[in-house]
Design a protein around this ligand. Structure first.
Ligand code: PLP
Length: 404
């Protein structure tokens, strides 16, 4: 059999890092639902002792994720936020400073502003679309630069290679949250980043059935540190969630291609609709960073953001009116999900900061699923017509309650 190095990404997603179960021949790694592992003698075991430290099913997912990018096995966590928190506690200590892209998931902002700040770890948010702003924000205390590309929710991109050349020169670690694209579409470590962060909750598992996260790096010392902090905090993923994530991973290359095709069709349709003010999608010619998207991504991805000319009451009314699209917080799954970032994913970001970075009250985020694009478009079309035909307040555009 060829080595993983020779395989293309669709083959790697199915076979990379995995082999049939040696005890039974089961083609899928079994769910090792066991807390503890019996040791042959004191200090003699098969590599597993207690499932807070490591578990064979989680281990299989870690090998599979590593194989996808030709890195050592990744480190998997109970959630994406557990991965990000572990990253921060692994590389930052009291007195240290981090530089963050201004457009990042609201939970990451909350971690820095409401938790790490209390531990005397400071941070500066910059427009990371401009690498110079990242460089200017780095001080002698800076130990980590953390960016998302595309950023949640406005899809703003950062030039990962350009930022990596700055962080390398300055001796600072660069972590890229690649949740919106996955390593199938964009390979941050090949572009020069030190650490790749994933919320596997999204496209990797892809079926709205698990929460999970991972950290990947080629640096063995960092991997050891991540495992130590994970064992200490107790935030490893469960065997069942790892098994579901492994199963989702096998279809990731096929799914993400279709997510991209569907998203392009929906974005092109939205852009032509008279009620739509603007559409943010890296596959559109109108997207200001399209050239960068083409350089560092193999596909534009499945996420879109847009605004309506009638503003936020109409946008909220639209989200309350769609039927096939579900109003929900997740992204990257087979079902199309529509989200109001200002009250949902980014509710903990200060309103003035939200407005300044484009997360307006009227911004709508759409995670385009794998339904027929014609059906997604028909749902949006009839909801837009219903909202236009009525006072937005009648369809709930005047009510908006923050959920997290
Ligand atoms: N990173 C990004 C870009 C996200 O969108 C999210 C969640 O929405 C996270 C990290 C956190 O992941 P989780 O919800 O699995 O904790």
């Amino acid at each position: 059999m060829s080595s993983d190095k020779d395989f293309r990404v669709s083959t790697l997603a199915i076979h990379g890092g995995l082999s049939p179960d040696s005890a039974t021949g089961a083609i899928l790694t079994p769910i090792y639902q066991s807390t503890t592992f019996v040791q042959e003698a004191v200090g003699v075991h098969k590599g597993f002792t207690y499932s807070r430290a490591a578990n064979p099913t989680v281990d299989a997912l870690e090998r599979a994720l590593g194989a996808l990018e030709h890195t050592p096995p990744a480190v998997c966590f109970a959630t994406g936020m557990a991965a990000i928190a572990t990253l921060c506690l692994s590389v930052l200590k009291s007195g240290d400073h981090a530089v963050l892209g201004d457009v990042v998931y609201g939970g990451t902002v909350r971690l820095f502003q409401q938790v790490l700040e209390g531990l005397d770890i400071s941070c500066t948010f910059v427009d990371a679309a401009d690498p110079q702003q990242v460089e200017d924000a780095i001080t002698a205390k800076t130990k980590l630069v953390l960016v998302e590309s595309p950023g949640n929710p406005t899809l703003k991109l950062c030039d990962i290679a350009a930022i990596a050349s700055i962080t390398r020169r300055k001796g600072v670690l660069l972590a890229v949250d690649n949740t919106f694209l996955t390593p199938v579409v964009q390979k941050p470590l090949e572009l020069g980043a030190d650490i790749e962060v994933l919320s596997t909750t999204k496209y990797i598992e892809g079926h709205n059935s698990t929460v999970g996260g991972s950290l990947a790096t080629r640096d063995q010392k960092l991997l050891d540190r991540f495992r130590l902090i994970r064992k200490t905090l107790g935030c490893i993923q469960s065997p069942f969630e790892s098994w579901l994530t492994l199963r989702g991973l096998k279809t990731l290359p096929a799914r993400i291609k279709l997510h991209s095709e569907n998203a392009l069709a929906v974005a092109q349709w939205l852009e032509k609709h008279p009620a739509v003010a603007r559409v943010y999608y890296p596959g559109l010619d109108s997207f200001p960073q399209k050239a960068l998207a083409e350089r560092q991504q193999s596909l534009p991805g499945g996420m879109i953001a847009f605004e309506l000319k009638a503003g936020s009451p109409a946008a909220i009314a639209l989200m309350n009116t769609v039927k096939l699209c579900s109003l929900a917080e997740n992204l990257g799954a087979v079902e199309t999900l529509i989200t109001h970032p200002a009250s949902m994913t980014h509710a903990d970001v200060a309103p003035a900061k939200r407005e300044a970075i484009g997360i307006t009250e009227g911004l709508i985020r759409l995670s385009v699923g794998l339904e027929a694009p014609e059906d997604i478009i028909a749902d949006l079309e009839s909801a837009l017509a219903e909202v236009a035909g009525k006072d937005a307040a009648v369809v709930g555009g005047d009510k908006c309650v923050a959920t997290r």
